[in-house]
Design a protein around this ligand. Sequence first.
Ligand code: PEP
Length: 252
Amino acid sequence: MRKKIVAGNWKMNGSRYDAHVLLESIKQGAGTLSGVEIIIFPSFVYLQQCEETLADSLISWGGQNLYLGRAGAFTGEISGAMLVDYGCQYVLIGHSERRHLFYEDVNLLAAKYKAAQYVGLQPVLCVGETIEEREAGKTESIIQQQLASVVEAASIDAFRQAVIAYEPVWAIGTGLTATPDQAQEIHAFIRQVLAAYHPGIAQSVRILYGGSVKPDNAKSLFAMPDIDGGLVGGASLDAKAFLAICQAAMYT
Ligand code: PEP
């Protein structure tokens, strides 16, 4: 049985005050939600607030990105070791905004994945196709390539302690959501790709769906057999909506 995860990706949003209010509200509301794992991905500058507010809770937190190596002359970057220093257990790797706006390619992302694991962080590897790729019938080949580049660089063993997020690019921040059947089809495909390397790992890895998850669609998505929770952007900035999504994950 795979425990469901609901993760909030705050992206480049919020203020110190907003972070305080949001973290306190989520912590208070999550008190009774022990059946679901909750992770917060704030902007780097609010990680210390996560540590201070959430240390005595069951909620985890992580970075939205990292750079390679422990330290060095990489102006503007944050290393995995620094994330660990702030109590992070997770890090997002390959969010579509990193792939498309910041041109992070499969080789860099595979290296980042390895760098995360090297310092004991659990990567949440984001994969997904653009609308043009979907319409051209390339969804499966794109996802296969996004997964294979990491498996080949880091080995399938590296997926024992990992999480994957399927996020169709056309559904992120657009209000468009993959239907539960569309999402399930790709989640099953992801498991099938991993099973070719290691059937046991393919069964145990948790695969989240991301793309306009909201309180009113979460339950039907999370009820699908290969969907193990959600990576939530916009709705994670509203404590009530985010907690309703966590609640949906508890009962599916
Ligand atoms: C995301 O940022 O990963 C995401 C899925 O965003 P949204 O929920 O706003 O579509």
